[in-house]
Design a protein around this ligand. Structure first.
Ligand code: 5GP
Ligand code: ZN
Length: 112
């Protein structure tokens, strides 16, 4: 499948991997929007949150847990944001579900 994040999972293209287990991988975003900006994704290809099945619930919970654990390890005690963009209007540009963890600066709300 021609999916850039599947290629990162398979190590066919390089990335700065922070964490990996049998189900998920976390890596630094190529174009960081904040001092800390990394992504956590499932190894299994799921296109977006739109395609989630009930059986994926535990996997997504694991992703949020790992993102938060890494945020703690990176010292984001002043706060951070976990973001999922879904679909065209949601701003999704890579069609392999991913959660952004952003921190290290004041983040604006509402988002643009
Ligand atoms: P989206 O806009 O789909 O929510 O987020 C996609 C994110 O993936 C963007 O923040 C973009 O910088 C990041 N990204 C796209 N291609 C690559 C890549 O090849 N390597 C890494 N590390 N990040 C990527
Ligand atoms: Zn994929």
């Amino acid at each position: 499948m021609d999916c850039v994040f599947c290629k990162i999972v398979e190590k066919e293209i390089p990335s700065e991997i922070i964490y990996e287990d049998e189900r998920v991988i976390a890596f630094e975003d190529l174009n960081p929007e904040a001092p800390t900006h990394f992504l956590v994704i499932p190894k299994k290809h799921i296109s977006s949150t739109w395609e989630l099945e009930k059986e994926d619930s535990e996997l997504i919970g694991h992703i949020i847990y790992i993102g938060s654990k890494i945020a703690r390890e990176k010292g984001l005690e002043e706060g951070y944001r976990i973001v999922n963009n879904c679909g065209e209007q949601g701003g999704q540009t890579v069609d392999h579900i991913h959660f952004h963890i952003l921190g290290g600066r004041n983040l604006q709300w509402p988002p643009g």
